[in-house]
Structures are given as C-alpha cells and as structure tokens.
Design a protein around this ligand. Structure first.
Ligand code: NAP
Length: 462
C-alpha cells in the first residue's frame, strides 16, 4: 500500500510540474490547469487512503463541502474581484498549514508523549510562523481590496520597530520551543505572534498595491505548506508547497520589475505609500482635444495599421467583446490589428490576456510590450481602452513621477492616439497623464463598452 501511495504522490508531483509549465503559455494554460487538477485529485486520493485518525466518511464530507464552496465562489466571482478571492484562498492555505503543524505537534508531544526530532520541531515552527503571517496578512489584503478596511497605508510611529521586536520575539519563542518540546505554550505563543505580525506587516501597505503583496503572500502560503510537508513527512505537500513558494516569488519579482519596485521594498513593508493615493501634487490642468464617436469612426476607417492597448478600464467596463467586434470589423477593412499587452495592465498578472481570450481574440494578436514597443512609431492609430499608467510617458521623462523608471508602452509615438475613458480620472498610481494633452491624442469620453459599441455601429454605416 505504501508503495502505491508514494507512486501516486510522485505522479501528482509530476502532473503539478507539467501543469505549471503549461500555465506559462496562454494556448496551453487550460490543459495545464486540467492536468494540475488531476494531480490534486490523485494527491487527495492517496492521502485519504493513508489517513488513520479520522474516517473516510469524515474526509469525504469535508471534500464535498470544500469543493462545492470552491465551485460556487469560482463561478460567481467577477474578473475584477479575482485578486481578493486569491487573497482569501492564500489566507486559508496559511491557516491550514498553521493548524495542521500545531495539531500534529500537540498530538505527538502532548497526547502521545513522544520526543520530536529537531528537524520536525523546526518545520513546525516555520509552518506556524509563515502560516500565521500568511493568514492574517491575506485577510487584511482581502479587506483592503474590498474596501472593508481603508485602502490607504495605515501607519504609526515606531511601526517598523514594533515589527522588528515581534519578529525577534517570534524567533526567540521558536528557539525556546525547540529546547523544551514538553511545553506547548511556546508554540502557542509563536502562533499568536505570527498572527499579529501578519496584520502589522500588511496594514502599512496601500490597498492599490495589494496585488503584489498577494503574490508574495501566495508564495508564503506555499512555503508554509512545504514546511508542513516536512512535519507530516508528506512528499507531495513538500513538492507542491515548494512549487507554489517558488512560482509566487518569481511572479512577485516579475510584477515588481514591471512596476519598477524593488522586492526588498515590498518585503520590508511600508510599500505603496507613495502610490495609489494620488499623493503627487497636481500640476496644471491638462488641455485635451475631444473626439466624438462619428469622427472617431472616420479615423478608424482611414487607417491601415491599428494597435489596441487595453487597460484596467476595459476590465471595469467589460468591453472585451465589443473590442473583438471592433477588431474584426477593422480587419475586414484590411486594417492590420494587433493588441499591445503591458505586463501589469489591469490589476493582476495576465488580466488583459484572460479577458481578451474570453472574447475569443486570437492569442497570436496579443503582443508583449517588449516585442511591440518599437512598432508604435510606424503605426497609424493607437486605440487606448481604459489604460492610463501603462501608457504614461512621465515614466520615461519625469524623474519626480512616482512611476519614473517603470517600462511603459510608447503609444505617443504613433501617428494618432485615441483614448477611451470616462473622464480625466486618474489611474492606479493616482497621477496625471500628459499623453492625454499631446498634439496627436484625442479623448473619446464615456464608458468603454458603450462607446465602442456605438463606434462599431458607426463603422458599419461607413
Ligand atoms: P490604470 O492606470 O489603473 O487606469 C485605468 C483607467 O481606466 C482609469 O484612468 C479610468 O479612467 C479608466 N476607466 C475606469 N473605468 C472605465 C470604464 N468603465 N470605461 C473606460 N475607462 C474606464 O490602468 P492600467 O493602465 O491598466 O495600469 C494598471 C496599473 O495597475 C499600473 O499602475 C500597475 O502598476 C498597477 N498594478 C497592476 C497589477 C497587475 O498585476 N496587473 C498589480 C498591481 C498594480 P476614468 O475614471 O476617467 O474612466
């Protein structure tokens, strides 16, 4: 039986690795997700056979409740709410690691009166510490994102010092716990400290910067699960936890790079205090040129190359289907249509890719920033749909701008730029965008979905 379980764990681990690899390409992502689910099913199945403490029926009841809840949440969640859903799931992952490690430690040392070896003791302490930080940190991230806790950075004097003292205290109680396994109070104190650290580390971070923090907490939840794998001596948990831990940290690094943030800055907290809140002093008002739908349709009708730049506003307006219609109409008129995808457009990695794929826009039309950035200069028309920061030239020209140094799309180099947004509202970084006042830029005000639907209607008339 043990051999069967180990083979099932090995197969599950291989499926996880292949699944994650396939998630790296939009065209194979669905299959990768499916393979990973089969891996998870195998892992659960093997674990169910192995477990002795509770009955099969108990486990099945939990699996049914958990899967039903997961399905309902996944079906109901709006695309714009995915980051907060991920935050909540990460948090539960952290809580599970904390609870399992603490329970296993209690069972062995208190109930069975066993001596735990040092490696297991260290793994228990790491699971509790990282699991606790992940749980409360993720809950705060969730509450900030859905507005139940202020999205602004909550700071007070001595905050970093208190965090440091709590961290030192956590390390100290872990050492005490390792020297005196018979006394469970140290591990319980560690759990309380880690829960407090999670809250204090995340509250000083601005709500708008939460996606990066969530990616980091996702990595933490993986690390906690990996440590719990050592506690339980469970190979698949070690592999799956390590995969989540590593991929989360890589994703965090990619996001930081694309936003021109340093990872250390994120790790130390206090991150995001300069952005997301519009802290930058407002400059003189930008004079813009407006364009109506009719005139815009005539411009579309006259060009031979078009790059569409989607941003967060497209997600808010759910304009992706209208955009597909527009792009098909343009292609019928022999216009070369492509989409420029900025790595942090929207509010989560791959946000634009997912929405455009949902609208059946072919993957080969979605071009990454690095590949398309030199082509803007040779393009007749750029249509910016609900994007703001990712097309803000200040990132290249204004050293005082909070986004200075962030790589952006060179849309201003095109012959004409039309921007679809509702007003002169700012984007995520809370700053003005001089692109909107540029000579070659025309503002098409209104909700993106409604405006593009009207634009399609006008184009059909021409
Ligand atoms: P953005 O800078 O946040 O701007 C979005 C724009 O959409 C707003 O200026 C808004 O202007 C417009 N908008 C909102 N609702 C709209 C609607 N219904 N119709 C039309 N327009 C609408 O978006 P972005 O250019 O995509 O940049 C993303 C930002 O998020 C970057 O600063 C990035 O660093 C940050 N970020 C991204 C991630 C990620 O993983 N993708 C993670 C963390 C942070 P109006 O109010 O005037 O309409």
């Amino acid at each position: 039986m043990d051999i069967f379980i180990q083979i099932a764990y090995l197969a599950a681990s291989i499926l996880f690795i292949i699944g994650i690899k396939m998630l790296g390409r939009t065209s194979t992502a669905r299959k990768g997700n499916f393979l990973s689910s089969i891996g998870m099913f195998l892992a659960i199945f093997a674990t169910v056979i192995q477990v002795e403490a509770i009955t099969l029926v108990d486990i099945l009841i939990c699996v049914v409740i958990g899967s039903t809840l997961g399905l309902i949440i996944a079906y109901k969640v709006q695309m714009t709410k995915v980051p907060e859903m991920v935050a909540l799931f990460n948090g539960f992952g952290g809580l599970a690691s904390l609870a399992v490690a603490l329970a296993d430690f209690w069972l062995n040392t208190q109930e069975k009166g066993l001596q735990v070896d040092q490696i297991t003791g260290i793994s228990v302490a790491i699971s509790i510490l990282i699991g606790g930080v992940t749980f409360t940190g993720s809950l705060i991230a969730y509450l900030k994102l859905n507005g139940k806790v202020s999205g602004k950075a909550i700071t007070f004097t001595g905050q970093h010092l208190i965090n440091l003292i709590l961290l030192i205290a956590a390390v100290a109680v872990s050492i005490f716990a390792l020297t005196d396994f018979a006394n469970p109070n140290f591990m319980i104190a560690l759990a309380i400290l880690s829960l407090a650290i999670g809250v204090l580390v995340v509250i000083p971070i601005g709500g708008a910067d939460m996606p990066v923090v969530i990616s980091l907490l996702n990595s933490y939840s993986g690390m906690a699960a990996c440590a719990t794998g050592f506690v339980l001596n469970n190979n698949v948990l070690i592999v799956a936890g390590a995969l989540v831990g590593a991929s989360g940290i890589i994703l965090t690094q990619i996001m930081c790079k694309a936003m021109n943030r340093s990872l250390i800055n994120v790790l130390l907290g206090g991150f995001g205090q300069t952005s997301g809140g519009g802290n930058q002093a407002d400059g003189p008002e930008i004079a813009v040129k407006e364009v109506g739908v009719e005139e815009a349709a005539q411009i579309f009708d006259s060009v031979s190359s078009l790059i569409i730049v989607p941003g967060y506003g497209m997600a808010v307006a759910q304009a992706q289907h209208a955009i597909r219609e527009l792009s098909e109409l343009c292609e019928k008129r022999n216009i070369n249509v492509r989409f420029a995808i900025h790595p942090v457009a929207g509010r989560m990695p791959g946000h634009m890719n997912v929405l455009l794929a949902e609208a059946n826009i072919s993957y080969d039309k979605l071009i990454e920033m690095d590949e398309i950035n030199d082509d803007f200069a040779n393009t007749d028309l750029v249509f910016v749909v609900g994007a703001n920061d990712v097309v803000n030239p200040a990132a290249k020209t204004n050293p005082d701008s909070p986004i200075f140094g962030m790589p952006v799309l060179n849309v201003e180099k095109a012959q004409t730029v039309i921007v679809s947004k509702r007003s002169m509202g700012k984007g995520y970084a809370g700053i003005e965008n001089e692109l909107f006042g540029a000579d070659n830029c025309l503002m098409l005000f209104g909700d993106a979905k409604q405006t593009i639907t009207k634009l399609v209607g006008e184009l059909k008339e021409l």
